[in-house]
Design a protein around this ligand. Structure first.
Ligand SMILES: Cc1cc2nc3c(=O)[nH]c(=O)nc-3n(C[C@H](O)[C@H](O)[C@H](O)COP(=O)(O)O)c2cc1C
Length: 412
């Protein structure tokens, strides 16, 4: 039986958390409730204890049964942390790592997926601090169930009303379903740029930050996979719980991939591998002279093509960063390299591509299917890619289909 820890905060809509709890129970979920002190000003602990058949965790300094430290034991036990309703205050604490009560401490202690359903006055929801906190949390993989728009309890008209109970429960169940869908898989992810030396001080490289590959690795880890990450010199921090192999050049990346690919069931090549390298590397710094300098560039190994040629039963995901005819070029690459799925993105668009924390993409598969993912955080895009991989491998997470408001799917 799955365990959901339901975090409840001091909102006017807190009574709806009782319905969320009951609805989750109807789906066979064991619900454990954590309340903030302020939530207790709206609804009593007794209500949630009676409904959940468990003690409610409010005081982080009160030890649980067998003297366990509850913010850690509950954090470990949870298959999902669902916070509904979530105040502006708790979003701020979550975004900034403040751990000064039972719920915020549990949040910082858990590695389980988190779904948050905010509810607040429209001006609070639009406040730049709240907007920034939501963005920060989204980028870290927290899922949001958007508040509804309408007349709010405070008398204002606008966005801020807690989402419908059915939508909150659906989001929680979808997050639970995708939680372990890569269990048993070994996922090999490549990320970052490669660097091709010209001489001991100069090199040829590209603008890749490594973000997309790192987010893919983190999302695969969170869905239960063993993850091997082969990374060029990226500019983002190394993910925890993932085996990271550092490389520099395309040749080093090709060697590392060849060494580790036999154990992989899925390969996602998100690295921006240099297509060319200088034909010779000068052993000493090239001195400048009056005239120009011509570099002769030669091709680097085509890692993706080699993987496609010796694919076995492996599922192969490639990336196409394009500036022109994005779909056409991606379809061509998909076919030529024997890929199962290609993630095509237009790197010339604002908020897409290398340095951005967000990205938009089209997921094209070998059977002709196409799924549009509008601009979103790279972490969410990573989740959508793994959702698609699960669907194409026949392991649909809870039957998740591309949602109508988020994308369109062509013939499959
Ligand atoms: C009647 C009333 C209703 C409130 N409703 C909300 C709300 O819907 N959303 C919100 O973010 N804060 C709301 N607040 C303010 C929070 O209760 C307050 O920021 C509190 O510090 C939140 O604490 P917590 O996040 O620890 O539960 C409300 C306050 C009152 C008095």
């Amino acid at each position: 039986m799955a365990t959901v820890v339901l975090g409840v905060t001091g909102c006017i809509g807190v009574y709806k958390a009782c319905e969320v709890l009951r609805e989750l129970q109807r789906h066979g979920v064991d619900v454990r409730v954590v309340m903030t002190e302020h939530a207790m000003r709206f609804v009593s602990v007794l209500t949630f204890e009676a409904l959940s058949h468990h003690p409610v965790f409010v005081d982080q300094f009160a030890l649980g049964g067998e003297s366990d430290i509850q913010h850690v034991s509950l954090a470990d036990e949870a298959d999902l942390l669902l916070v509904a309703p979530a105040t502006a205050n708790i979003l701020g604490k979550f975004a900034h790592g403040i751990a000064d009560d039972a719920l915020s401490t549990l949040f910082t202690a858990t590695t389980t997926p988190v779904v948050v359903a905010p509810a607040m006055n429209v001006n609070m929801f639009r406040h730049p601090a709240v907007v920034a906190n939501v963005e920060t949390l989204r980028a870290r993989g927290v899922r949001f169930v958007e508040p509804g728009t309408g007349y709010l309890a405070c008398g204002w008209l606008g966005q801020g009303r807690l989402a419908e109970v059915g939508d909150i429960v659906a989001a929680a169940l979808a997050a639970l379903a995708r939680r372990r869908d890569l269990q048993g898989d070994t996922v090999l992810v490549t990320a970052g740029p490669t660097v091709e030396d010209i001489d001991p001080v100069r090199f040829v490289s590209n603008r890749s930050s490594g973000r997309m590959g790192y987010r893919l690795a983190e999302a695969a880890r969170d869905r239960g996979a063993r993850v091997v990450l082969v990374s060029g010199p990226a500019t983002v921090p190394e993910p925890s719980g993932v085996e990271t192999i550092r490389v520099r050049s395309a040749q080093e990346m090709a060697d590392a991939v060849a060494a580790r690919v036999p154990e992989a069931t899925i390969v996602a090549m998100a690295a921006a591998v240099s297509d060319y390298r200088p034909g010779t590397v000068a052993p000493r710094k090239i001195k400048k002279s009056e005239g120009g300098l011509t570099l002769e560039l030669v091709r680097t190994p085509d890692i993706l093509r080699s993987l496609g040629a010796a694919k076995g039963g492996r599922f192969l995901v490639g990336f196409a960063a394009e500036t022109d005819d994005v779909r056409g070029n991606a379809r061509k690459k998909l076919a030529e390299k024997g890929l199962d799925l290609i993630v095509a993105n237009d790197v010339s668009r604002d908020g897409s591509g290398f340095a951005a924390e967000t990205n938009a993409a089209t997921l094209l598969d070998a059977a002709g299917g196409e799924v549009e993912v509008p601009r979103t955080s790279k972490r969410e895009l990573a989740e959508r890619i793994w959702d698609r991989v699960a669907e194409l491998r026949g392991r649909s997470p809870g039957g998740t289909q591309p949602r109508s408001h988020e994308g369109t799917e062509a013939a499959e």
